[in-house]
Write a new protein. Structure first.
Lengths: 248, 248
């Protein structure tokens, strides 16, 4: 499928609007994605207004796409709607727990990815913002997300105004295991990571961060233990506040 | 995209084999999926042997597809490989926490969904098994998954030998929210669920389960509070055992 093979993350968009007709068509087509018990445990908040984009931007570390994209989509794990359906139909929902969050988050992410594939096949460009789970409490407040709704992914969307280089990927040997998982060894790490580490773009990345290895750029600069641990606490607190309680 | 619009879950497969060449091509093409920091925090265990399918089957409540499909794929959230890369490159990984699990699970699910789209576009049929997170500890043991690897999705895959009816989906009004989330109301529940509840297939579902409403089939039979809570404890214990520690 060419649109998947040729995809790249798009962060700059033209002035051409994304019509509601097209957006709704893609969001509806994506509903064909498999979903737990056909419950569709997800929802999407569509942001078009300047004011709302300005509010969301700090949640995503002010990455410029949030305010420059014509559309921002926040995909949510959602057991609110299903639980309300139960309440209105003489049924007692029991979905305020970790398993239910994981099921709803899975539904939401699968749906999100089908939407991305459809949008890119239609010629749109998008950027997936992993920052959604870093500041969920602010996003929840801004978007008015109720009990049992948790944001899990954000997409900025528009017509592409750039054509960046495709980033490298690991060889398939790094990803697949036959019958049983084979833990990494010195040999498999060298086999799977040497080409990545040798790329000029990655060597430059090491140089400007004043590190010795590419791995150190990730552990010491981009995704550090201290930030990961602080954000883990935030996620846990936010999941509990949204009603997904955790056993001890 | 026709293959998405026409998709249905396929549980019966012909005898035609799925070649390694095709399988590897699809798994490699799916690597174009966006991924956190280009780290590709996922892996896939490919099951073809009868013996391994027999071992996996009980983890998925002996659903027949696990043993009758030519291929079973277990998609895993994987910080093992990346952490080993760090260890071999003078870097100290800090990915044994909840945030890192969520990041890796997101990567794995997005990758899985792109793979599903590509496989269905190639004419293959598949069934997504949500049971993966119900019995993770047994799957981990069978597949030899190391520290920082957690199974999050399983796919049974083959050439379709059935053409079931497409299940209904909710109207888009149930899924989307403009600018801010609008919590469900009596009116919105009736608007979004009435057609689903009126379908003969769903009315039959209520009748054979001897329930009063369709929602009760879910709360009282399919996804009950007691099972959800017991499985939440299992997931939490398993995540901790795999090294994704949880703050309190």
């Amino acid at each position: 499928m060419d649109s998947i093979q040729n995809r790249r993350t798009i962060r700059r968009y033209t002035d051409r609007p994304v019509s509601d007709a097209l957006l709704h068509q893609l969001l509806e087509e994506a509903e064909r994605t498999q979903t737990m018990g056909n419950l569709q445990l997800y929802s999407v908040v569509i942001t078009r207004s300047e004011e709302m984009k300005q509010q969301l931007a700090p949640c995503h570390f002010n990455q410029p796409m949030v305010t420059t994209a014509p559309v921002v989509l926040t995909f949510c794990a959602d057991f609110h709607r299903t639980s309300e359906w139960c309440h209105h139909r003489k049924a007692e929902p029991g979905y305020d727990n970790l398993l239910s969050f994981i099921n709803a988050a899975s539904d939401a992410l699968l749906y999100c990815q089908t939407f991305c594939t459809l949008a890119e096949a239609a010629g749109l460009g998008l950027c997936y913002l992993g920052t959604t789970v870093y500041n969920p409490e602010k996003i929840i407040e801004i978007l008015n997300l109720p009990h049992l709704v948790m944001p899990v992914a954000t997409i900025t969307l528009g017509w592409p105004d750039e054509m960046p280089q495709q980033p490298e990927r690991l060889p398939l040997s790094a990803i697949i295991h036959n019958e049983r998982y084979t833990p990494a060894t010195t040999e498999s790490i060298d086999r799977d990571y040497s080409a990545k580490e040798a790329l000029p773009v990655n060597q430059e990345f090491v140089r400007i961060n004043q590190k010795e290895t590419l791995a150190q750029v990730f552990t010491d600069c981009r995704y550090t233990r201290s930030v990961n641990e602080a954000l883990s606490q935030t996620i846990l607190d936010t999941l509990r506040r949204q009603g997904f309680s955790f056993p001890m």
